[in-house]
Design a protein around this ligand. Sequence first.
Ligand SMILES: [Zn+2]
Length: 221
Amino acid sequence: MSSGEEVAVELLESDGKSVKVELRGVPLAVANAIRRLIISEVPTMAVEEVLVIENSSGMTNEILAHRISLIPFVSDIDRYVPPEECTCGSKLGCERCVVRYVLKAEAGDQPLTVYSRDMVPEDPNTSVVPVSGNIPIVKLAPGEKVELELYVRVGRGKKHAKWQPGIATLYESKEGPEKRILFVESFGFLEPKRMILEAIKILNKKVKELAYVIKGGEQHA
Ligand SMILES: [Zn+2]
């Protein structure tokens, strides 16, 4: 650290949905980089593609697909990778880059509300599930029907906000100008602590890449 000050981190609050961390001796630029990486680059999982087999509801295919894409999924980012980083090179994807779901519902004599819990995974043992089963998707009038195939993939907030894992804010502590508080709230994709750790991992990787490029530059000079 340029100031020579020792780095100290203290966990002030943690409740599974959010964490509040006090940072001491961490330069503002580094703390802010972590905050920005949480929002834009920490990977999560959401429905990237919707294949409409049938939709006789009052909702257009586009709006239906958009609503489904905004449902957060509990994200297994140790197992799954973004499709563009997967070695399979397949458009359909493989067991490392896609989780398939089917949503099939039909209203009988009565109107029917279709919820996130009605989405059925191809693999019943998958850990990648909607964070809540109670998210309403579409209301079907009697006789209306939807049948969809859903492709859940890893993505990042910088590609589309639907993958943004939560919110992260940084502010000065009231106790002194050298102390900063990082507050992170998860939308449910990942544990808030994991969001911070993942952001630090990404920052480390970027610094290593930078060092590599600079070293390479020296070799060729
Ligand atoms: Zn793949």
